[in-house]
Write a protein that binds this ligand. Structure first.
Ligand code: SAH
Length: 248
């Protein structure tokens, strides 16, 4: 048997948002590797071995997947959303670059998924309809000074923004600092969107003017979007529509 590694994106949660390519890969895999809740999203079947690990163990997980592929296993490495967005694809390639030469000869493919910011954007309109950027607010793998500088520059460039990993129990103060920086740098009442558990049955979308936001509005199940200075809200019966026009 010829082994392979497919690094696949499971989207924001709802299985209807899996691509057919990802479904086919999961049907052919002998092994699924990933963070426990994502591995649990894949149904059990005969011949499929699940290797679920804790969130911090990305490098171990990548090495395990590559090792199994050299032994002829067909390994699906699963991420939520898209595997190339703050997720396992880079972890696997870091392992390949640092690892033994035979790993470079493996059949490795990245298979995209719908990332959280795009699912969140779709759920409230089109806030990312003009130029935007995505920033990971976790300072686990980068210093806070880098985050703060990027927030300033993104505001100066008038990008709409998407924030991943906004706030965790181990870093409760980071998001409060981000809100302070953004309020100073933006200085207006553009909308911030708190999209939690997007595409799941308990999805919530909260639209709040930036000056009225508080840190407790976000947690690790939330992706946060911030409009640009030109982002508009269409009020109507029911949920408002948030969008950013295509032209300046
Ligand atoms: N690779 C993933 C992101 C991993 S980082 C992707 O492309 O979506 C984890 C962060 O993603 C979470 O802290 C949260 O900010 C966001 N996220 C993932 N799934 C989400 C969902 N269903 N609803 C809201 N945010 C989500």
């Amino acid at each position: 048997m010829i082994g392979w590694v497919r690094i696949v994106g499971l989207g924001p949660g709802d299985e209807a948002l899996w691509t057919r390519q990802v479904s086919d890969t999961l049907a052919q895999a002998t092994d699924v590797v990933g963070y426990i809740p994502y591995v649990n999203r894949v149904a059990d079947r005969d011949g499929l071995v699940k290797h679920a690990s804790d969130n911090r163990l990305e490098v171990d997980r990548a090495q395990q997947a590559l090792t199994m592929a050299t032994e002829g296993r067909r390994v699906a490495v699963v991420s939520s959303g898209d595997p190339g967005v703050f997720a396992m694809a880079s972890a696997v390639f870091e392992a390949v670059e640092a690892g033994p030469p035979e790993w470079r000869a493996l059949d490795i493919q990245v298979q995209p998924g719908i990332t959280a910011m795009l699912a969140a954007s779709a759920a409230c309109g089109a806030p990312l309809g003009h130029d935007f950027c995505a920033i990971n607010l976790s300072d686990n793998l980068k210093p806070w000074e880098v985050i703060e500088r990027r927030l300033h520059l993104a505001a100066e460039a008038d990008f709409a923004m998407a924030f991943y990993n906004p706030r965790s129990a181990s870093r409760p103060e980071g998001f409060a600092r981000a809100l302070t920086v953004l309020n100073e740098a933006c200085g207006d009442n553009r909308p911030m969107i708190f999209a939690r558990n997007v595409s799941l049955p308990d999805q919530t979308i909260r639209i709040v003017p930036l000056p009225d936001t508080t840190p407790d509005m976000a947690d690790m199940r939330t992706v946060v979007l911030l409009g640009s200075s030109r982002t508009r809200i269409i009020e109507r019966d029911g949920a408002p529509i948030v969008y950013t026009p295509r032209s300046i």
